[in-house]
Design a protein around this ligand. Sequence first.
Ligand code: NAD
Length: 310
Amino acid sequence: TSRAIGFIGLGAMGYPMAENLIKKMPKGSKIYVFDLDEDCVGKLCSAAVGKAEACANARQVAERSEIILSMVPEGSHVREVYLNPSEGALLADLSNKLVIDCSTIDTATSLEIRTRISEKYPSANFYDAPVSGGVLGAQNASMTFMLGCAEDDPNFSRIHGLLSLMGGSIFACGGPTLGLTAKLCNNYCSGLIAIATAEALNIGIRAGMDPRVLAKVFSTSLAQSCINDKFNPVPRICPDAPSSHDYKPGFKVGLMRKDFALAVDTAERVGANLALGEKGLEVYTGAMQDERCKGLDSRVVYRYLGGDEE
Ligand code: NAD
């Protein structure tokens, strides 16, 4: 059956996700889009005439769509999308609609949006559904979605069907905000792996090794990781990785710093002891502020830590 799908936030991730939706959605479906940046909206709509339509704001997207997806940077942006007093999606009648926020944000904001929506529209359903897999995963529709609901949620199969147009794995993480919890745990881990991989390769390079050989060793040894194999922090090991394109585009280092800080906050809240939390936060905060690194893919920690770029 054809669908009216809304998509708010067409950045590094949202744009390729929306492209995949357009490519794979049932015939006759339409996607209604909005971003503060008019250029990406114009680009998407002119490439998909008749399938994608630009809206003036988030409210208009929500009015026209039965399912609303959002993919913006931080909690403050999600608030703006849903709660803006004149243009927010909460002003549209959301009755019986599915609202799926894919942004990685703090759980308190997500819970507040969920509560505000269900108080006003009891038949509406809000889900946190952050993603992992990077820009490459968004382009290839191979991302992992971490959905904040139980597997027996009445909407799970419908949401699964929609998200599988954009991703390869979809996990029901148990309940509201647990999708975000999964994502923050994942990024705590992958953020530290990026630092460790950058440091270990730098040791090898300085000791005279070819980093391509060393990365291959890691690939078949216990230092193997997705970061090493697909998003290597050292330039020219993975041709498609942001590091091989001056760390562009990708997962901006400021966004990694945000996720890392949210994970450290969560650890504090739940009483989980961290040996590396403060150190990781220090590295990503420094990289985010460094003139040579800011705005670039987070694996630029290799450059920040003084790695040799040939
Ligand atoms: P981005 O900065 O590239 O894009 C964000 C987009 O949101 C921009 O186009 C911006 O104009 C738009 N936006 C901001 N506020 C808005 C508003 N009020 N209304 C409409 N549009 C608005 O960021 P991104 O890399 O696409 O990341 C989006 C989210 O996905 C973040 O929470 C990030 O942590 C998460 N994420 C990113 C990656 C990655 O590799 N880039 C991977 C997994 C998860």
